[in-house]
Design a protein around this ligand. Structure first.
Ligand code: ARG
Ligand code: ZN
Length: 897
C-alpha cells in the first residue's frame, strides 16, 4: 500500500488568490536512476509585489528532501501538510536564488503521475499536479517560468535524452554515462514540463512553414514500432498546416516531438514541444489498427498539437478554467477532423459521432451525482475533473459561440484572444469576452452575460417545441420553451442562450423558404433563431401547407429536444430532411419510440414486431439508397445504445433494456436479410487499404452487414454466414475487416468464435495494442446464461493480463463494467461486487485509473430493484474502505450524495 498524505478537503474557485511569489527561471539537473533519481532544482524567484508579504509554500509529494539553499547558503524551513515552507527569505523585491535537492523513486511510481518508468524508459506526466512529485515547486498553472534542463544517465540503458525546447549540447561523462542539456525559450507552467529517457528511435521529417522557417518533426517509439508511425507523422503535418491555414497559428518551435509510451493514464499530453502519447494514439499499421484507431490518432495528434496555442501559449489561470483549453481544443480537433474528412456528408458523419458521445456519456454525467458546470465551483481532486463535461460539453459551448458569430467572426475572436492574452494564464471569461468584443454586433455580444450561464450552470437544458398551423392565414407558429432540472448544489436554473438552427419541410419533403412575421420577403430555407427566454414564439408567414419543423439542425446546442412529432413526420424527415444530422436523428427517434413503447408495456413479451413495418421499410430504403454515404447508412441503421435508451427512463431495468435492444437488432437482421447480403457484397472489397472516411465507411457498413447476417443465421442454426465470417477473418487484408469478422462471430455466439479467438491471439501475441482488442472484445461479449463474469475472471488469469497497465486494465475491467450492460447488471449483484473489488485493487496502484472505474455506477440511484440495492451496497463497501485515495473517495462520496 502506498502512503496517503491525509484527506484533502475541497478547493473553491472563489478562493483563488494570485501567487505570493513568481518563479522566473528554473534549472533542473536530473541524475536518472530508476530506484533513486536525484533532482537538483535551482530557481530564481521574487516576491509578487501585488500580494502582502508571506511565507513561501512549495508543493511536494512523495519526495525525499536532502538540502535547501537560499542564495547559496543553508536556511531554516518547515514542513506543513506536504508543503515545504520557507519563512526567512530575503526582504524586498529583489530576485533570490533557491536550490532544492531531492530524490524520488520512479520505479515505484505506479500512479504514472510525475516521473515514472515504463518498459525501461523514463517518462513524465505533470498535468495536473505531477510536477510536485518531481521537485518542490509552486505547482499551479499561473506560475510561468523559463526552463533549462540537464539530463544525465547511463548511456547504454538510456541512449536518448529528451526534454522541452531545443537541444543545447550533449556529450559523454565518466562511467559510461552521458548528458544532454535542453533549453525551452517559451515560459511555461510546471504542468507542461516533460522529460523522456530511454531506448527509442524516431521517424523524422523536416518541414518549412509559410514564413519559410524550418522545423524538425520527430515521432519517437520503441525500435520495433517505427513502421507504425507514418500515420501519426502525416497527422502531425496535416495539423500544422491546418492551424496555419484556418487560424493563422504557426508552429513556434524549431523542434516538435511526439513520444509514445504503453503506460499512460489518459490519451496524450501536450507538454511544450515534447508531447507524450499513449501508444494507442500513435501506433498504427493497416494490419494492426482499425479505421477507428486511425481516426483517433488523427484527432488526438491534432488535439495535442492545437494545444500548443490553446493551452500552452495561452494557459489557464487555475484548474477551474480547465475547459478554457480543453473545450476549445476539442472544438478545434473536431473541426480539424471535419475539414480533413472533406465532403459535407463525411462532415455530418463526424458530427453525428461526436454528438453520440456527448449524449451517451456527457448527458448522463450531467444528470447524475457527478454533474458539474463546464467551469466547476469546487473540487477535491482535480484529476476527477478531466470529464466529458469539461471536454465535450466545453467544446459544444465553444461551438455555440462559433455559430452565434459565424466562421469569420470566430476567427476574428481567436485573433483578438491571442493579441490580448498571448503568454498569459487566463479564464473562461477572458475567452468569451474576446469573442464578443471581436463581434460587437453579434447575438453573443448582446447577450454575453446570459450566454456565460453555459459555463456556470450544470445540467442539460430541455427544450420543448410546439407548432400550430393556421391554414386561413398561412401562418405557422412555433413555440419554444426551456427548462433545466436541478443538479447537485444548483436547485434553480436561469434560462440559457440556445441557438436553434431550423428549417421547415413541406408535406412532400421540400424545404420551405423561411419568412418571419414583419420581414419583407422570404429568405433561405435554414436559419438560426436564438431562444433566450423561458418561452418564446416565432410566427412564420406565407407557409402554404402544414410544415414539419426540422429543429436543432446539426445539433446546434447541447440540449434535449422534445417535440410531438407523429411517426409520419419522422418518416418524412428520415427520407427528406436536407440536414443530414436530423435525418439520422429522425431514424433514432423512431427506433427509440419503438423501444420506449415496449418498455412501457406491462407485458415483457411483445405481441407483434417491435419495429413498425413502415420504419423497417424506411430503414431498408436508406440501406439500399443509391446516393447516401455508406458511413451514414451505418449510423442510421444502428439501434440507439442501451445507455441512451436508459437515459430516457426514470427507473431503469438494465436486463429488460438489454433484451429489448437485442430483440430489435435481431428483427432488423432478419427483416432486412436480403438487403444486408446485398450491402455486404457491394461494400466488402475496398481495395488497397487507405484510412480515408469514404473507404472506412464502406468497411463499416460491410462489417455491420456481416454481423447482422451472422446474428440472423445463428438464430436459425444456419452455418453459411458464420462460415463466411470465419473465412473473412482468416483472409482479411487489414485489421478493420479482420476484427469486424471476429467480432461478428463472438457477438452471435457461434462455435467458430473460439478457434478464431485462439488464432487471433497466436497471430498477434507480441502486439500489446492488438491484444488489448482481443481482451476487450471478450470482456464485452454478450452474456449467455451468466457466463460473462466468470469469463472476465478467467481473462484476468491469462498470462498476458496485468492490472497495473492502464490500457490492459481498461480492456478487461472497464470493458466489462462499462460496455457490457447485460453481463454487468446481474440480479445477484455479483457484477457490482466485482466492480468494488477492482476499484479497490486499482486504487492501491493507480488512483486516477481507479477513480475512472469508480464512475461506472454513477447512475445507480435510477436502477430498479434488485439492482439498486446491490449497487448501493457495492458503493458503500468501497466508501467504507480505509486508506482510499482522494480520487476514489471524492467519486464515491458524491455517488452516495
Ligand atoms: N491535457 C491532456 C489532454 O487533453 C490531458 C491530460 C490529463 N491528465 C491527467 N492526469 N489528468 O489532452
Ligand atoms: Zn486536451
Amino acid at each position: 500500500m502506498m502512503m496517503r498524505e491525509g484527506q484533502a478537503t475541497a478547493i473553491h474557485r472563489q478562493d483563488y488568490a494570485p501567487p505570493a511569489y513568481w518563479i522566473d527561471t528554473v534549472e533542473l539537473t536530473f541524475d536518472l536512476d530508476p530506484a533513486k533519481t536525484r533532482v537538483l532544482n535551482k530557481m530564481r524567484l521574487r516576491r509578487n509585489p501585488q500580494v502582502p508579504a508571506q511565507a513561501l509554500r512549495l508543493d511536494g509529494e512523495e519526495l525525499n528532501l536532502a538540502r535547501v539553499l537560499v542564495n547559496g547558503a543553508g536556511t531554516s524551513f518547515k514542513m506543513d501538510g506536504g508543503q515545504l515552507v520557507l519563512e526567512n527569505l530575503p526582504e524586498g523585491d529583489e530576485p533570490f536564488e533557491l536550490e532544492i535537492f531531492t530524490t524520488c523513486a520512479p520505479d515505484k511510481n505506479t500512479q504514472l503521475s510525475g516521473l515514472y518508468v515504463s518498459e525501461g524508459t523514463f517518462f513524465t506526466q505533470c498535468e495536473a499536479q505531477g510536477f510536485r512529485r518531481i521537485t518542490y515547486f509552486l505547482d499551479r498553472p499561473d506560475v510561468m517560468a523559463t526552463y533549462s534542463v540537464l539530463l544525465r544517465a547511463d548511456k547504454a540503458a538510456y541512449p536518448v535524452l529528451l526534454s522541452n525546447g531545443n537541444l543545447v549540447e550533449s556529450g559523454e561523462l565518466e562511467d559510461g554515462r552521458h548528458f544532454a542539456r535542453w533549453h525551452d525559450p517559451h515560459r511555461k507552467p510546471s504542468y507542461l514540463f516533460a522529460l523522456v529517457a530511454g531506448k527509442l528511435v524516431a521517424r523524422e521529417q523536416k518541414i518549412k512553414s509559410r514564413s519559410g522557417a524550418e522545423h524538425l518533426l520527430q515521432v519517437w517509439v520503441r525500435a520495433g514500432d517505427l513502421h507504425k508511425t507514418e500515420h501519426a507523422m502525416n497527422s502531425l503535418m496535416a495539423s500544422i498546416a491546418w492551424d496555419e491555414a484556418r487560424f493563422g497559428l504557426p508552429l513556434d518551435l524549431e523542434r516538435f516531438m511526439i513520444v509514445a509510451t504503453s503506460d499512460f493514464n489518459m490519451g496524450a499530453m501536450e507538454n511544450k514541444g515534447l508531447n507524450i502519447f499513449n501508444t494507442k494514439y500513435v501506433l498504427a499499421s493497416p494490419a494492426t489498427a482499425t479505421d477507428t484507431d486511425f481516426a483517433h490518432i488523427e484527432s488526438v495528434v491534432g488535439h495535442e498539437y492545437f494545444h500548443n496555442w490553446t493551452g500552452n501559449r495561452v494557459t489557464c489561470r487555475d484548474w477551474f478554467q480547465l475547459s478554457l483549453k480543453e473545450g476549445l481544443t476539442v472544438f478545434r480537433d473536431q473541426e480539424f477532423s471535419m475539414d480533413m474528412a472533406g465532403s459535407p456528408s463525411a462532415r455530418a458523419v463526424k458530427r453525428i459521432e461526436d454528438v453520440r458521445v456527448l449524449r451517451t456519456v456527457q448527458f448522463p454525467e450531467d444528470a447524475g451525482p457527478q454533474a458539474h458546470p463546464v467551469r466547476p465551483d469546487s473540487y477535491v481532486e482535480i484529476n476527477n475533473f478531466y470529464t466529458v463535461t469539461i471536454y465535450e460539453k466545453g467544446a459544444e459551448v465553444v461551438r455555440m459561440q462559433h455559430n452565434l458569430v459565424g466562421r469569420e467572426g470566430f476567427a476574428r475572436g481567436m485573433k483578438l484572444y491571442f493579441e490580448r492574452h498571448d503568454g498569459q494564464a487566463v479564464t473562461c471569461d477572458d475567452f468569451a469576452q474576446a469573442m464578443a468584443d471581436a463581434n460587437p454586433d453579434s447575438e453573443l455580444a448582446r447577450r454575453l452575460d446570459q450566454f456565460k450561464r453555459w459555463y456556470s450552470q450544470a445540467g442539460t437544458p430541455r427544450v420543448r417545441a410546439e407548432g400550430s398551423y393556421d391554414a386561413q392565414s398561412q401562418i405557422y407558429t412555433l413555440t419554444l420553451s426551456q427548462s433545466c432540472a436541478p443538479t447537485p448544489g444548483q436547485p434553480d436554473k436561469q434560462p440559457f442562450v440556445i441557438p436553434v438552427a431550423l428549417g421547415l419541410l413541406a408535406p412532400d419533403g421540400r424545404a420551405l423558404p423561411l419568412q418571419l412575421e414583419g420581414e419583407p420577403e422570404a429568405g433561405a430555407t435554414e436559419r438560426t433563431v436564438v431562444l433566450a427566454e423561458a418561452r418564446q414564439s416565432l410566427r412564420f408567414v406565407n407557409v402554404p401547407e402544414p410544415p414539419v419543423p426540422s429543429l436543432l439542425r446539426g445539433f446546434s446546442a447541447p440540449v434535449l429536444l422534445e417535440c410531438d412529432y407523429s411517426d409520419e413526420d419522422l418518416l418524412l424527415m428520415l427520407a427528406h430532411d436536407g440536414d443530414a444530422f436530423n435525418r439520422w436523428e429522425a431514424g433514432q427517434r423512431l427506433m427509440l419510440r419503438a423501444a420506449l413503447r415496449q418498455l412501457g408495456a406491462d407485458d415483457s413479451k411483445p405481441a407483434g414486431p417491435l419495429l413498425p413495418p413502415a420504419l423497417v421499410e424506411a430503414l431498408r430504403a436508406v440501406l439500399n439508397h443509391p446516393q447516401l454515404d455508406p458511413a451514414f447508412k451505418d449510423l442510421v441503421l444502428t439501434v440507439p445504445s442501451e445507455t441512451y435508451i436508459a437515459e430516457q427512463l426514470d427507473e431503469v431495468d438494465p436486463q429488460r433494456i438489454h433484451a429489448l435492444r437485442e430483440a430489435m437488432r435481431l428483427e432488423l437482421a432478419t427483416a432486412l436479410r436480403g438487403d444486408w447480403a446485398a450491402a455486404w457484397e457491394a461494400h466488402r472489397d475496398t481495395g488497397a487499404y487507405r484510412p480515408d472516411p469514404l473507404s472506412a465507411g464502406r468497411r463499416a457498413l460491410a462489417g455491420t452487414a456481416l454481423a447482422m447476417l451472422c446474428l440472423a443465421a445463428c438464430q436459425e442454426g444456419d452455418p453459411v454466414w458464420p462460415g463466411k465470417a470465419y473465412q473473412r477473418f482468416k483472409d482479411a487484408g487489414n485489421m478493420t475487416d479482420r476484427f469486424n469478422a471476429l467480432s461478428a462471430l463472438v457477438v452471435c455466439g457461434h462455435e467458430l468464435a473460439q478457434p478464431a479467438l485462439e488464432r487471433f491471439h497466436a497471430l498477434f501475441r507480441g502486439d500489446a495494442l492488438v491484444i488489448d482488442k482481443w481482451f476487450a472484445l471478450q470482456a464485452s461479449a454478450p452474456d449467455r446464461g451468466g457466463r460473462a463474469l466468470p469469463a472476465v475472471r478467467q481473462l484476468m488469469q491469462h498470462p498476458d493480463f496485468q492490472l497495473r497497465n492502464p490500457n490492459r486494465a481498461r480492456s478487461v475491467v472497464f470493458s466489462y463494467c462499462n460496455a457490457n450492460p447485460g453481463g454487468f447488471h446481474r440480479a445477484d449483484g455479483a457484477g457490482y461486487a466485482f466492480w468494488a473489488e477492482q476499484v479497490l485493487a486499482l486504487d492501491a496502484l493507480n488512483p486516477q485509473v481507479a477513480a475512472r472505474l469508480a464512475r461506472s455506477l454513477d447512475r445507480w440511484a435510477r436502477l430498479a430493484e434488485p439492482y439498486r440495492a446491490a449497487a448501493r451496497a457495492a458503493i458503500e463497501r468501497v466508501a467504507g474502505h480505509d486508506g482510499l485515495s482522494n480520487d476514489v473517495r471524492e467519486v464515491v462520496t458524491r455517488a452516495l450524495g
